[in-house]
Design a protein. Structure first.
Lengths: 318, 312
């Protein structure tokens, strides 16, 4: 087990190294002078060439690319993650400040998706092709199609009309004012959770139906067990594995989707910071935040892999 | 032609929902193509006498902050949004599929390296990768298409690779090899045709995703730049007002939802028809859930943990 863990972690690290290289290459493809992007064409033209060079050197943008890449890796190792062009704080500080909000949204969304998706999936599988099943499937198809950020916009609009809702401007951390913090994260979490819940309902239904036709389920029925117990005690545990997998994958949707949904709700989370950085063309911030998102995504996938072993004793690590 | 019609008839009897999705999808494509004929007004023409008007007889879906007709903008938006989504999916899936055929057929080191690259590409959440790429190469129509296409490559690569892996062991492929055909010829003549069905399934299932990514990019202000109307940047426009008019926020999003719904239904139907075996496991594959199993590529890859999908 430990050997497997080490190998899996090493493999993930290799992937992340490739990820960082990809980000670096993609963002350095940016045509044109980053200073023009920062200062605007006019501001750039007004500067003396010497000043320009000094600033470029200050920002570390005039070194050869391999040196810049190496320095970035060292920065990551030191936990600083580089500095914003426009603000003095490091990206690590930015993540520490804004990350908790986004993390809360992600975790709550996951909880919502299981709370909504699993019961619906089970109900559907109980009586396939019945009216409730049809309704559940129609709803899940609908919620997969609805873009989360649009649903978020509509909710915000409705709140604005009827309750005079205002988008939060300042970050309220969980440990300062839990209630206000909750109000801030619950909207995005529900919107993201519903879309994921739709996938989970669909997945758990199809997996349950597949398991229900197995021999051991027939045996359980044959010995006179109540149908509810058959499904909950015998079928469900065997159907959950793929649902957990898809949940890990869906986290990718949540990570990406939360960027747009945070924008829709006006929640100042990490996703919002990324959007602002992309629009300001703050390369260093974008570079580090994108890496951070990828790290989370890869880490979750490793965790999903490990949870298999814990949940399914038949699996042997090769 | 008659055969085709009969097949279509059978398909729609078996998959009513998919047929409805297909018809709605075709309708939307038609609206997009015929936009200049259908749209009641010029989507770019501002009319300062009619600003922020709610839906009425003169402009069915209302007007925006500078008096542009929302209905016309939604119709023209279909043009841009669909064009971006179709081009991106075709480009990304095609590149990915060809790459996947090469991986599955050639195997060996080329395959190993390719799998790692695809895995790296899949380590980013779709939207975030697309944002970074479109930021890097500029926010034009082509940039957005390119950005979305790159996020689609690994999905094509993985699915088609697994098809190619199984096809390469078939007798007719071996016969081709035994005849002395080059690897390129065997791939093109024997392996590629077998990949057409999964390719179609992939492309339709990813259309919806591409439309949503395009809309999200537009919404975040890094998509196709205004004034060209797309559904995404119309949504972004709508929330610039202090109290956004509901019709500006509602209708473009409704258009996105209906379109995605139609293509998703069609995709599900095509998948069930072309390969019913694919259904639940396939969903996992196209959503990338299979990525915990890179070990299939050989001993050097990550240790495998997978058991056959759903068979417990």
């Amino acid at each position: 087990m430990r050997k497997y863990l080490l190998r899996r972690a090493g493999y993930a690290l290799g992937t992340l190294l490739g990820v960082s290289l990809t980000i670096f290459v993609v963002l350095r493809v940016i045509p044109g002078d980053p200073l023009v992007a920062i200062l605007g064409a006019e501001g750039h033209a007004q500067m003396k060439p010497a000043d320009r060079e000094r600033i470029m050197a200050d920002l570390g943008l005039s070194d050869p690319l391999p040196v810049q890449y190496g320095r970035w890796l060292i920065d990551i190792g030191a936990g600083r993650l580089g500095k914003s062009f426009f603000r003095g704080d490091t990206v690590a500080e930015l993540i520490a400040h804004r990350g908790p909000i986004s993390a809360e949204i992600g975790i709550l969304a996951l909880i919502v998706s299981w709370l909504v998706g699993l019961p619906i999936g089970i109900l559907s599988a109980f009586k396939p092709n019945s009216i409730p099943d049809g309704l559940a499937r129609a709803l899940s198809i609908l919620f997969i199609a609805i873009p989360g950020f649009w649903l978020g916009m509509l909710i915000v609009l409705a709140l604005l009309f009827w309750f005079g809702y205002k988008a939060p401007f300042v970050i309220v951390q969980l440990w300062h004012d839990p209630w206000q913090n909750f109000q801030m994260v619950i909207g995005p979490a529900v919107v993201l959770g519903l879309a994921q819940g739709a996938y989970i309902a669909r997945m758990s239904r199809s997996c349950l139906l597949e398991v229900i036709s197995e021999d051991f389920v027939r045996t359980a029925r044959a010995k006179g067990l109540r149908e509810g117990l058959v499904v909950l005690r015998h079928a469900l545990p065997n159907a959950l594995l793929p649902v957990i997998t898809i949940s890990g994958v869906l986290l990718g949707f949540v990570l990406g989707g939360s960027v747009a949904v945070e924008q829709a709700f006006g929640v100042p989370g990490l996703g919002r910071a990324l959007v602002v950085a992309v629009i300001e063309r703050d390369i260093i911030v974008v570079q580090n935040l994108v890496l951070f998102y990828a790290v989370i995504f890869v880490a979750v996938n490793v965790l999903v892999d490990l949870s298999y072993a814990w949940l399914d004793p038949r699996i042997r690590f090769g | 032609m008659r055969v085709l019609l009969r097949e279509l008839g059978r398909f729609s009897r078996r998959n009513t929902l998919a047929a409805i999705g297909g018809v709605v999808g075709l309708l939307i494509i038609f609206v997009a193509l015929a936009a200049p004929l259908i749209a009641p007004r010029d989507p770019l023409k501002a009319d300062f006498r009619r600003m922020n008007k709610p839906p009425d007889a003169q402009s069915l879906l209302g007007t925006d902050q500078v008096g542009r007709d929302t209905l016309s903008r939604v119709i023209y938006g279909a043009r841009t949004s669909l064009f971006v989504a179709f081009s991106a999916v075709i480009l990304g899936t095609t590149v990915g599929s060809l790459w996947g055929v090469a991986c599955g057929y050639l195997r060996g080191r080329f395959d190993l390296v390719s799998q790692r690259i695809m895995e790296i590409l899949q380590s980013f959440p779709d939207l975030i990768l697309a944002m970074a790429i479109s930021m890097a190469i500029g926010t034009g129509l082509q940039a957005v298409i390119f950005a979305i296409a790159i996020t689609r490559i690994p999905f094509g690569g993985r699915v088609i690779r697994s098809v190619a892996l199984s096809v390469r062991e078939m007798p007719f492929v071996e016969a081709g090899r035994a005849n002395g055909a080059s690897a390129l010829r065997v791939m093109a003549k024997h392996v590629l045709p077998q990949c057409v069905a999964p390719y179609l399934v992939l492309a339709t299932t990813h259309l919806g995703v591409a439309i949503v990514i395009e809309a999200a990019l537009g919404f975040l202000g890094v998509g196709v730049p205004p004034p060209t109307p797309t559904w995404g940047n119309m949504l972004a426009d709508s929330i610039t007002a202090l109290v956004p008019p509901w019709w500006l926020a509602f209708f473009p999003g409704l258009a996105i939802t209906i379109t995605v719904l139609a293509f998703n239904l069609l995709g599900d139907g095509i998948r069930d028809t072309l390969d019913p075996r694919l259904s639940p496991g396939f969903l996992r594959l196209v959503t990338g859930a299979g990525r915990s199993a890179p070990a299939a590529t050989g001993a050097a890859a990550a240790p495998t943990l997978t058991i056959p999908a759903g068979k417990s």
